[in-house]
Design a protein around this ligand. Sequence first.
Ligand code: G
Ligand code: G
Ligand code: MN
Length: 479
Amino acid sequence: MKVSQRINTQKNVIIIRDEIDRVLNHARIASHSAIHFLEGKCDSATQTDIRKIVATIPDIRTVSLLRGNEIYCSSVFGAQFFRLDAQSTPPLGLSLMDGNALTPYRSLLIYRTEHVGKSVMVGIDGYYLQNKLKTNDRRTDYQMTLNGLTLNAAGQVLTHRNNTASARYFSPVYKYQINANPVVPVSPDVLLKTVWQDEKLGVCLTLLLSALLSTITTKTLSHRNTLLFMLKKALDKNELIPFIQPIVEAESGNTVGGEVLMRWKHPQRGHISPEHFIPLAEQNGLITRITQSGLRQVADTLNSGDIINSRDMTLFFNVSAADFMNHDIIDWCRKFMRKTPFSGWQIGLEITEREPVEDTQLVQTLCEQLDALGVQISIDDFGTGNSNYRYLMQFRPRYIKIDKVFTLGIETDASKEAIVRNIIAIAQDMRCMTIAEGVETASQKVKLAAMGVTHFQGYYFSKPVDMATFFQNTLNTLP
Ligand code: G
Ligand code: G
Ligand code: MN
């Protein structure tokens, strides 16, 4: 290896190690802050305090208190009991896990400390660590190894030992190491000769398969390209139309707002689901145009003169991380307000962590300006792994949206009930309102209302409808 490359690798490893040490320091601070709660009960004050730890200390996802192998108090489930089996009980100190019940597909790092026969378990999302392992060094893979388990930059937890690491660096503070593995370029003629001798049939099959695969890949890629191309054209031709799903106030039963959901009606292909085009737009820098288009189309309809009277309403628009990269959103909201003839109409912005919004100075300034405009922030998908407590501190939202996974089965599923009870408790503590999504039945509505949810949204009340229908219905139900 060239000296310059080796120096570069060393430099990267030191940066990674320092950043991971900093994350682990946060875990240690969180654990220290939580340890004296082991002496008391899991009352609502303690539950709020441990949630505050999650909300205020960076990188921390969960804090749980354990008696033996039983969780009796946690930031996610409150005072709900959970017995961990021997396999899923992490050892004292640091350990890597492949995921847990709440985030099964995400790796997790646990920091567990003991005190008077009980213990504190602090969870860090592997996503935060995996991002630290990403560098712009294409010739080296960086990995973190802890107790025989290895986390790579793709977020996978691997069990095999890695012997090819060109360099291993131990953290001076914690019991993990960073491996730097060269990405080995194989000389093509050596590879061909040995493989041909050993695997004639295999090689033929592989060639056949790869030809097949490349045809499929080209087809898929070109399909993706066409979809992207079509999406760009659709935006130019205003084929993306805002639909609105009513939001109903629990106390009065009145429609007091709506969520704007974009629908793509392609002239030939028919309806294309937002599940396909929203992620595509997010990956390709088109999402801000969709946000702008939604705000503009709704404002134009309000401004058209067709709507002559209305009660006060908040219209919620979904926004993505890219909408927080510059000040455009402020202009769009300002234009919306200017075009709206009713003073009681407000804008809500629904934020999710699907693509995380960083906590930067720019974002803070944007939030202050949005707040000054009267724009209300709502945290979408709360509690699903797409949105967590960090956002509550960062955005100080007016609304928290309880995801539909919790609404479905709330009447019978005790753990969903516990989660929703805790979301409502923290919302009340932070003076936020709660919107339960995906309400499909009367019994879900009754249960959620009894638990203290302030607003509902879901098929029980109405599917998303076109703007004309939404405005007609809300006008017809004027008192
Ligand atoms: O209707 P439903 O299938 O309508 O929408 C699916 C998802 O698409 C929603 O969860 C929502 O987050 C996303 N979505 C719909 N419209 C928009 C939009 O205008 N902007 C963004 N960022 N997301 C949207
Ligand atoms: O942005 P968000 O993920 O919250 O978008 C809401 C999504 O939920 C949209 O796709 C919308 O069509 C869908 N939705 C709205 N009401 C219901 C409901 O009652 N049940 C189900 N299953 N989905 C719903
Ligand atoms: Mn939403």
